[in-house]
Design a protein around this ligand. Structure first.
Ligand SMILES: Nc1ncnc2c1ncn2[C@@H]1O[C@H](COP(=O)(O)OP(=O)(O)OP(=O)(O)O)[C@@H](O)[C@H]1O
Ligand SMILES: [Mg+2]
Length: 376
């Protein structure tokens, strides 16, 4: 899959942009703060429905403007080509269009896949459980649009249930049979959506594990072993939906009194984690910076392989300014991966650090103050 056209209007520092990118490598060069990362962010938004660096969509709209739009044509080998568009406006929900038809935002996900490498990714390895849940959610969403709906359903149920529990706590813990009935109704919603979330996470991690382990063995030249494991807040979760629902339901029952005292939901996917081990030790706490970076690269390569398996074509690769951070071995491996037929957008302050044989087939752009020109 690859972008055949990218159009921006009032997105970040781009007043307007029409880009017909190369199907292979696109090297985006330019001084600091000119708009290199902004360009990748536009592609990322179209693929995942989320901003790359911020949680506030407003920040994506050009300062002088009220609205922004991002649109891309995507060529797919095993599906019809598609046009995806996101419209952002201040103080209004965004509008997503797929082939000109308006959808709820979630439906735009999964039209095409990206694998992104940026300095922020390290948070997946060394950050909080919330960072890893976010990672899981984004990755699974790109492979399965149904997951987006399930996740939204879970969040709604969780909010409602928390509101009810808070009410109970504020009422001094007094509960009537009708309150219990209401709570049990929310329990069922939570269990239904929650079990689907857990099963999807379990399956994703199980599929990613061998790919990440292989990648890691190669990157660490056999000296280290990576393991990745799902740590659901409810123990014993399997890829069986009914069984998982039973376990979750039971878990909720056992903590109910405590939840009413505390006024919030204490178990469920909002407490999950993804555990990463290097040679049996948790990478978050024990791995060196270099090791953490290797873990991240292994996960990325595994994402690439998984997309290839599931979509029968490589994802679009976005490399934000990471080449200079890597040693030669890892740089060569990363480039080799992107050269396996994938379209790639790579940002760098200059093309000089790139091997000649890479530059031969690459298109090179230069970005200056929200304008882009083709250099080669
Ligand atoms: N909503 C916005 N409207 C207008 N300009 C913006 C907006 N958001 C960010 N910018 C500007 O975009 C500029 C470029 O950002 P970007 O992160 O793309 O730079 P970059 O070329 O990747 O630089 P670096 O090499 O430092 O990473 C920044 O100067 C920032 O002030
Ligand atoms: Mg940048």
């Amino acid at each position: 899959m690859h972008l055949t056209k990218l159009v921006l209007a009032n997105f970040r520092n781009y007043a307007s942009l029409h880009l017909v990118p190369n199907a292979g490598l696109n090297l985006i060069t330019g001084e600091n703060a000119q708009g290199k990362t902004n360009l990748l962010e536009a592609v990322y938004l179209l693929a995942t429905g989320r901003p790359l660096r911020t949680s506030k969509e407003d920040e994506l709209i050009r300062w002088e403007a009220e609205e922004a739009a991002v649109r891309a044509h995507i060529h797919r080998e095993h599906a019809l080509n598609v046009e995806v568009e996101v419209h952002l406006a201040r103080n209004r929900p965004r509008v997503v269009k797929v082939d000109g038809q308006t959808y709820r935002a979630a439906a735009a996900l999964g039209q095409f896949n990206v694998v992104v490498f940026s300095a922020l990714d390290l948070e997946t390895v060394r950050g909080q459980p919330a960072d890893r849940r976010r990672y899981l959610d984004i990755e699974i969403s790109m492979l399965s649009p149904a997951y987006v709906r399930v996740l939204a359903g879970y969040k709604r149920a969780l909010e409602q249930r928390n509101r009810l529990l808070k009410g109970i706590r504020e009422g001094g813990g007094m509960v009537t049979p009708s309150t219990i009935q209401l709570l049990e109704a929310w329990d069922e919603q939570l269990v239904r959506y929650g079990a689907s979330v857990m099963v999807a996470r379990d399956r994703f991690i199980a599929a990613l594990r061998p790919l990440a382990q292989n990648a890691h063995l190669e990157l660490a030249e056999g000296r280290e072993e990576l393991d990745i494991r799902y740590a659901p807040s409810t123990e014993g979760v399997t890829s069986d939906r009914e069984q998982t629902a039973q376990l979750f339901r039971h878990h909720l029952h056992t903590v109910r009194d405590e939840e009413m005292r505390r006024g919030s939901t204490l178990v469920g996917p909002q407490r999950d984690d993804l555990l990463l081990y290097v040679n049996g030790k948790e990478a978050r706490t024990y791995a060196s910076q270099g090791q953490q970076r290797t873990v991240m690269l292994s996960l990325k390569r595994a994402e690439f392989e998984l997309t290839l398996q599931e979509r029968q074509e490589p994802p679009i690769v976005l490399l934000d300014d990471v080449m200079s951070d890597l040693d030669n071995v890892r740089r060569a491996q990363l480039l080799r991966m992107t050269l396996r037929g994938a379209q790639a957008f790579i940002t760098a302050t200059s093309a000089e650090t790139f091997p000649k044989e890479i530059l031969v087939s690459a298109r090179i752009y230069r970005v200056e103050n929200g304008r882009i020109e083709t250099v080669k």
